[in-house]
Design a protein around this ligand. Structure first.
Ligand code: SAM
Ligand code: DTB
Ligand code: SF4
Length: 331
């Protein structure tokens, strides 16, 4: 099992190298990805995280894929920040269903200090259940990551979403550099980094390779790398404009494999899009080196396979689930 506390040093990836991986015959790419996967992980074990939207909709940002932007008319109802006891009830249910990590997401550009105090309470209580904790709250100001660390936060999710060259075509209210600054603050505070992106937004293969290259060149590499397939939500610019087009699901499988090869010790999470991929598509993603999923019948505002369907799929594939870590973050 990999030791997340040990710095993993690695090569610098160049765009042409990452593009060359994408261009391999699929069988060769999957073979390489499996080889790398088996050298770093048990190939038949998957980690389960359950998501909860603790503050929904009404976000100031204009992310072109997002159902929760106040600028997009998607029918998502705005909800205020949840109370700690409601969050705790959901975390208990997730634990009982077999999740080891509980991820709390808020539709904010970034947290206000007062709201952060409430989230700190959530982190403390979820951690006390014996679960790993993760939050995704947007951009952090100096000092906020330290407060979360102090509350017991294990992971902060903050995605690059797409390569820097394509960023402004998807989001204009903040920049790729703003995201990098928050990631540096999270790392500096000693919190594990969960950072990935979205595939299927109408980007080229070069952009997909650029995203993976940027993730793989972080030093240290993110411990967790969620790869999302765009969920097309009516009312969002990426859905309504038709810009996203239809992604070949094998291109998504390739992206997982390239992430696995370039980030050998990271958990690569098969994230949004599992309902679209279906069971054979998901099986290919596991073969390509995905070893983590979001577990539970909702992501933030959209659907996800239900727990029974996942249990049945794991049984068919002979997959086991990763046991919970100790409260100190070690195995
Ligand atoms: N507001 C915070 C932020 O932007 O970091 C946290 C929540 S935001 C919804 C978390 C991530 O969900 C985004 O960075 C994006 O990668 C993913 N996401 C949101 N909507 C999506 C969609 N329609 N399809 C796929 N992924 C999506
Ligand atoms: C991530 O990379 N994917 C998750 C989690 N991090 C927060 C969110 C997916 C959201 C999909 C669209 C929705 O349900 O609103
Ligand atoms: Fe807001 Fe996050 Fe959605 Fe962007 S992705 S609109 S920051 S909730």
């Amino acid at each position: 099992m990999t030791d997340l506390s040990r710095p993993v040093h690695k090569k610098t990836w160049h765009l042409a190298e990452v593009e060359a991986l994408f261009a391999l015959p699929l069988n060769d790419l999957l073979f390489q990805a499996q080889d790398v996967h088996r050298r770093h992980f048990d190939a038949n074990t998957v980690q389960l995280s359950t998501l909860l939207s603790i503050k929904t909709g009404g976000c100031s940002e204009d992310c072109g894929y997002c159902s929760q932007s106040a600028r997009h008319d998607t029918g998502v109802e705005r909800e205020r920040l949840m109370a700690v006891d409601e969050v705790l009830a959901a975390a208990r249910a997730a634990k009982a269903a077999g999740a080891t990590r509980f991820c709390m997401g808020a539709a904010w550009r970034g947290p206000k200090d007062q709201d952060l105090a409430t989230v700190e309470g959530m982190v403390r209580e979820v951690k006390a259940l014996g679960m790993e904790t993760c939050v995704t709250l947007g951009l952090l100001k100096p000092g906020q990551a330290e407060r979360l660390k102090e509350a017991g936060l294990d992971y902060y999710n903050h995605n690059l979403d797409t390569a820097s060259e394509f960023y402004a075509q998807v989001i204009t209210t903040h920049t790729h550099d703003d995201r990098m600054n928050t990631l540096a603050r999270v790392r500096q505070a000693g919190i594990h980094v969960c950072c990935g992106g979205i595939i299927g937004m109408g980007e080229s293969r070069r952009v997909r390779a650029g995203l993976v290259m940027e993730l793989a060149n972080m030093d240290p590499q993110p411990e967790s790398v969620p790869i999302n397939m765009l969920v097309k939500v009516p009312g969002t610019p990426l859905c309504d404009s038709g810009q996203a087009g239809d992604l070949d699901p094998l291109e998504f499988v390739r992206t997982i494999a390239v992430a696995r090869i370039t980030m050998p010790a990271s958990h690569v999470r098969l994230s949004a899009g599992r309902q679209t991929l279906g069971e054979l598509g998901q099986a290919l993603c596991f073969l390509a080196g995905a070893n983590s999923i979001f577990y539970g019948d909702r992501l933030l505002t959209t659907g996800n396979p239900d727990a029974d369907a996942d249990t049945a799929l794991f049984a068919r594939l002979g997959l086991k689930t990763e046991p919970a870590r100790g409260l100190d973050g070690t195995h």
